[in-house]
Design a protein around this ligand. Sequence first.
Ligand code: SF4
Length: 408
Amino acid sequence: MPTLPTPTTIDNAANQPIFDTQIKRRKTRPVKVGNVTIGGNHPVVVQSMINEDTLDVDGSVAAIRRLHEIGCEIVRVTVPSMAHAKVMAEIKQKLIKTYRDVPIVADVHHNGMKIALEVAKHIEKVRINPGLYVFEKPNSNRTEYSQSEFEEIGDKIRVTLEPLVVALRDQGKAMRIGVNHGSLAERMLFTYGDTPEGMVESALEFIRICESLDFRNLVISMKASRVPVMLAAYRLMVKRMDELDMDYPLHLGVTEAGDGEYGRIKSTAGIATLLADGIGDTIRASLTEAPEKEIPVCYSILQALGLRKTMVEYVACPSCGRTLFNLEDVLHKVREATKHLTGLDIAVMGCIVNGPGEMADADYGYVGKTPGYISLYRGREEIKKVPETQGVEELINLIKADGRWIEP
Ligand code: SF4
């Protein structure tokens, strides 16, 4: 038997228990990334990544701007070489001069210490992958890792990470410790296997080094291309952080989710499942499509969970034998006429049998009344019956009369 949630209060008038349906987000420390804050009580931040070569300054500036204009709040770039790291200074300046300052995260990979130190001067956050930051070529003949070998590499990591941690700390910048299931270090694979535990221990090793240097502007990610692995890794990370009194915000994502409908569903399955449990402070829906396509997915996930409201919330019944008009057509017309009214909830329901009850939370309702007629609702109150041909126009008039209309 599933456990039922406990009602928080009793609504005496209706004598019905009221459940608090708001998602309770895990308490995290706020981490500043330029003019955006991840964690704390801040809204879940939307991120994406440009796919331009960062040596192409104009192309990169244009791509960052395109993403930011449609709602991407932090933009990631890749810096595979020192030349890429240096050119970030120019990209930043051009962005500020021709557009505005946008928080940038730079991705540093294999043995990227020097590159990371250079790029940290120009951007707000550096993302490192613990599996690659100090990269030891896997040895196919190896059968075990001794404790001393494990620790020796640990010392090497500390020495290599320290300058970057100090640089970011002293500049008030941030770091993402971004673990990927597909690129765990060999010694982690030997010790913990290809498991969520190995992912979590990889992150913890880096976190401990940062903490020993009094640097806590950290964001953690535990990405995997398989949703169940990703879910297990994030959940285990939260459990371990709770045990260790760590409150770092989490960056959620499913790597290599693919494209099209399945790519979106896969990203949503991973990201939304965790967000619904209150886990996650910033998200990226990685799609094998233009980065601009990722932003609507992120916002739809956040809107559906009630974590951010960036568009009109439409409630519509699936239609059935009782439907009194072409629901798909009408929903399309209503959406086209009202989609700019961010903040409103509008319901389109096929009939009065179930419609009014099931749209109860909407601000306005458009409900099939009798053949050829619809009823307009404000909340639970039926306002007027009008011929279906005038339905959309009259809905707009009602919203206008309430002073809630804005011109598109
Ligand atoms: S609201 Fe009416 S028309 Fe729509 S699915 Fe329910 S019963 Fe059918």
